[in-house]
Design a protein around this ligand. Structure first.
Ligand SMILES: [Mg+2]
Length: 275
């Protein structure tokens, strides 16, 4: 992994500007600082400022573990393409597939509520129902080892067995048929007619994109980490503002940069907020 804001990284960022690229980002820990209260996460002012400018110039997307509705409440209209539930929620997924994923997730939630509610409450684990997946948050649990053991015990009971993605103080469980961040990014590149992409993330779920090892995708991890498949890293989350600023300013210096970026490729159907 190399530092993105050194010479080679900057030059690779600049190369993206020469083709029609999709600029895609994870939300928590990438565009927004990780905060103790999951509900308090928001975009810092400089990040919103540069993100909005970039989104006005080129196809821009957020691919997050949060639901689309939750993302929209935090991002508003700053970014046009919001993809939720680790890549499985958005207009790119088929209605029937989403329905099936939703039914699996709600079946799991029912089992968890019936059998484990008291234990979860006692251990301080908060379960988040994201309609298409469930997340067990243990950031505020006093006994983190016990909380993790309880979550493992619960996850082992779920049927069909979920795809498990560990995050920062969170265990995400997704129906096995749900699409992930990697498949979502590729699908959006196709739909938006982009030949290259940038993807920035900070967590295990983002490895689904990094591990594609697709030469068209410039991958960046927030925080250097051994074993990550990302090509580049940023030292800390706040540096995303600098990367966004560079893209916008370097892009604006050449009149050729954003050509062809304003039309949004193959039109996407309207998002269905109630699905
Ligand atoms: Mg994240």
């Amino acid at each position: 992994m190399d530092y993105l804001l050194a010479e080679e990284g900057k030059s690779d960022l600049g190369a993206l500007l020469k083709s029609r690229s999709l600029y895609a980002f994870d939300f928590d820990g990438t565009l927004a600082k990780i905060v103790r209260d999951h509900q308090a996460a928001r975009l810092a002012r400089p990040i919103r400022f540069w993100l909005e400018k970039l989104a006005n110039r080129a196809p821009t997307a957020i691919i997050s573990g949060r639901s689309v509705e939750d993302l929209r409440s935090r991002v508003g209209t700053a970014v046009p393409h919001l993809i939720g539930n680790h890549g499985s929620e958005g207009p790119h997924t088929r209605r029937e597939d989403m329905q099936q994923v939703r039914e699996t997730s709600s079946g799991w939630l029912q089992l968890v509520n019936e059998r484990f509610q008291d234990e979860l409450t006692r251990s301080g684990v908060v379960i988040e129902n994201k309609s298409y997946s469930l997340s067990f948050h243990y950031r505020t649990a006093d006994q983190r080892d016990e909380a993790r053991a309880l979550i493992s015990r619960i996850v082992a009971e779920l049927s069909p067995p979920p795809r498990i993605v560990l995050g920062k103080s969170v265990v995400n469980v997704m129906p096995p048929t749900a699409s992930h961040k990697g498949t979502a990014l590729l699908e959006y590149m196709r739909r938006l007619d982009c030949s290259t992409a940038l993807y920035v993330g900070d967590d295990e779920t983002d490895e689904d994109v990094f591990a594609l090892r697709d030469a068209r995708i410039l991958t960046v991890r927030i925080g250097k980490k051994k074993g990550s498949s990302a090509r580049y890293f940023l030292k800390r989350q706040a540096e995303i503002a600098e990367a966004l600023r560079l893209l916008v300013e370097v892009g604006d210096q050449s009149i050729h940069t954003w050509s062809g970026c304003h039309e949004q490729g193959v039109p996407l159907p309207a998002q269905h907020p109630n699905e």
